[in-house]
Design a protein around this ligand. Structure first.
Ligand code: NAD
Length: 466
């Protein structure tokens, strides 16, 4: 165990905890000022952040950085500032008759120091979106971003230090060793976004300190296509949802479940749509590269493994960028994939799309329900009775009907997984509540009815309870 590292992390936590304890209940103005600084930082460094992400990925479509990492953070901060006063207010809660004239209020109190561990795929958004909620709720924040986006993580550390005092919010960079030591700290709350495998370690580390933990994990998110769908619309929306950020999205549709007779026509439309979105692959500024050579090799191995087991591989383009120069991966549909192929076992996290045939919708539901509960589920169709059946008979962290990804952008709705795809939720007020203790306070009155419940007990006591 690296004691110097542990010492450094403990000191960072201690400084934040002391500062928190000196403040405890930051005012609306203090919290708003922190959110304003986060917003100003995002605006001031937007171009540099997009450039850093492009450097880290080898190539990151600039528009994807603008939309998914920068606009989202700005929208989240603005939403929090707009609603902050209301979120902070103590709630009046009903008081049962026999406790009147006492009163119930529910107070929302900051937890203290929050630790955030974030992944590489949306490196700015997934570090800052939980930070917005934690700051709005009045907490201090330590962030451990991913080592796989070193330029973005270093830039975040620098610009956060420029806009925030270290005891308000600080970024601590480093790899899995730092992540491990970081999650062993006795935080007041830990917020982890990343893989299910690492999520298990984080939950164990948090348990040792009884630190409450939110886990935003991954998994295989299915898209179920119904016979009642509009095939052109379905293909166009699936193609976009799958290939945004080259499929390196936690809520990307991982695989399709398609009525058997629609497999061929839908696959043809998907190929055409993907070709329309990206007329060529090598050097295409709109198409994001695979983040590291290791991730690229893994995706290529998934295709080889599926092909070896008899799957049909339909590549959208007849080109093969040189991986040493350009890590953009040609999208591929995988048909007739046997269930034991690795691509059907692991979260894909890239531009590969298995298409699985079904005859009756309940077969598709049985397929989904046989696996871990996914982070997202998509359904395409117009028959609302089938839609409602699918909604009721499956579990998922969140759903978009007749499109992909967009439930993630709803600040008024909770975002989070279920089962192996995570626990807890954030976004908007849901995030504010995640990082608050909702403390019930009972305000007793001078004329308390409960005085009748004290000894010496007599006949009145039992009449009162009857
Ligand atoms: P990862 O789990 O490998 O890493 C995430 C973070 O954990 C990194 O900062 C890493 O340094 C740190 N880490 C690694 N080992 C650790 C340990 N033992 N203890 C503590 N921290 C440790 O994930 P990744 O590859 O960066 O991201 C991809 C995964 O994240 C996918 O599974 C994806 O679905 C998931 N994801 C989920 C969401 C969501 O909102 N639910 C969003 C994005 C990504």
């Amino acid at each position: 165990m690296d004691t110097a590292l542990q010492e450094r992390l403990h000191l960072a936590l201690l400084a934040q905890r002391r500062a928190f304890e000196a403040e405890r209940m930051p005012s609306y103005e203090v919290r708003r000022d922190r959110l304003l600084r986060l917003l100003a930082m995002t605006r001031q460094y937007g171009d540099e952040l997009a450039a850093a992400m492009a450097q880290d990925f080898g190539h990151r479509a600039r528009q994807e950085s603008l939309l998914a990492d920068l606009f989202t953070v700005e929208a989240g901060a603005r939403h929090a500032m707009k609603h902050l006063r209301r979120w902070m207010k103590p709630r009046r809660v009903a008081t049962p008759l026999h406790f009147l004239p006492g009163r119930n209020v529910l107070m929302r109190q900051p937890l203290g120091v929050v630790g955030i561990v974030s992944p590489w795929n949306y490196p700015y958004y997934l570090a800052m979106e939980p930070a917005i909620a934690a700051l709005a709720a009045g907490n201090r924040v330590l962030i451990k971003p991913s080592e796989l986006t070193p330029a973005t993580s270093e830039l975040m550390a620098r610009i956060v230090a420029e806009h925030f005092r270290a005891e308000e919010m600080q970024v601590i960079t480093g790899g899995a060793d730092v992540g491990k030591a970081f999650t062993e700290l006795p935080f007041d709350h830990l917020f982890f976004t990343g893989s299910t495998a690492v999520g298990r370690h984080v939950a164990q580390a948090a348990a040792r300190n009884l630190t409450p933990v939110t886990l935003e994990l991954g998994g295989k998110s299915p898209a179920i296509v119904d016979r009642s769908c509009d095939m052109d619309l379905t293909a166009s929306r699936l193609a976009f949802g799958k290939l945004f950020n080259a499929g390196q999205t936690c809520v990307a549709p991982d695989y399709l479940l398609v009525p058997r007779e629609l497999v061929e026509p839908l696959s043809q439309r998907l190929m055409a749509e993907m070709g329309r979105l990206y007329p060529h692959i090598a050097g295409n500024a709109d198409y994001t590269a695979i983040a590291t050579p290791r991730h690229l090799a893994r995706l290529q191995a998934l295709v080889d493994d599926a092909a070896r087991r008899g799957a049909r591989v339909l590549r959208t383009h007849d080109e093969q960028p040189d991986p040493a120069q350009d890590r953009r991966l040609v999208p591929a549909l995988l048909l007739d994939v046997p269930p034991d192929a690795t691509v059907m076992q692991e979260e894909i996290f890239g531009p590969l799309l298995p298409v699985v045939a079904y005859d009756q919708v309940d077969e598709a539901l049985a397929h989904v329900n046989a696996g871990d509960r996914p982070l997202a589920l998509y359904w395409f169709g117009s028959d609302t009775s089938v839609r409602d059946h699918v909604m009721q008979q499956t579990h998922a962290g969140g759903v978009t009907v007749n499109d992909c990804l967009w439930h993630l952008g709803q600040e008024e709705q909770p975002f989070g997984g279920v089962g192996a795809s995570g626990m807890g939720a954030y976004h908007g007020e849901w995030g504010f509540r995640t990082f608050s203790k909702e403390k019930p306070v009972f305000l007793q009155s001078r004329l308390a009815g409960t005085a009748l419940l004290r000894p010496p007990y007599g006949a009145t006591f039992e009449r009162l309870l009857a």
